[in-house]
Design a protein. Sequence first.
Length: 272
Amino acid sequence: YHHALKSTPQSTMLLRSLLLLVSIVIAAVACTSAKVPLTVHVIFPYPSDDPFLHPSWSDGPQLFIAASLAAEHINSDPSLLRDYELRLVEGDGGCDITTKAAEAVVSALTDTNRVVGVIGPGCSASTLLATPVLSRQEVALINVHTAGSPLLANSTLYPFGISVSGSTTLFVNTTLALMEMVNWTRVAVFYEEARPFFSTTYEYLLQRIDEMGDSSQLKVPILSAVLDTHLPLEMIRDEEIRIVYVLTGPNLASKIMCLADHMGLVSPNIQW
């Protein structure tokens, strides 16, 4: 049979046809077995050479390295995304009120690849700008961010927004529980008025105190980067307040603490 198969023109044509069919099948399997790319835009704040544009937090380069390592781990594990492959797009989402977050969102929405989500932005100001757009039903991109403003905890307004660091509502409620437990009624709060992360946390704190009624009394000196720091510190000294919370960024916190130290308003007399 083998000799006959090799010796006739019909058998030769059949063999060639079978070989061609096998080749087509192998090629088709190879094509269908290729992983489907899933694009994720990673937008965190990046440093700027311009001191006036440098964000208050700029860990974007380090975070993109971490995201790349995570994507590499996921892609190499067949039990996680067997038929898909994560591909990351690096972007600068800014931190404070800038156009960078809007530009990064537009980049994600106009990407011709299959974009399934956005990691970032990193700060509350830029996330409050980006998340409403990403959370629209017709877009529905998963938005995993690190912003902590209490406003972003609203799952009705931001159904696709997920904070991996949690909301500062936890900080506020824990703080108030501690104040009640140890009977702290004379407490001051510094907050940075111009940054939503701190200002919305402060507003939530006042909201919770109002809900508590007369069980707590809070002294609130207002402080922002453009106000003189002497007046609130003098108020703390004159009213003999001993416990102070600071809701500011590191630059303003350093300024406050240096002045407080100069005025003698530090431990053991005052706990910050």
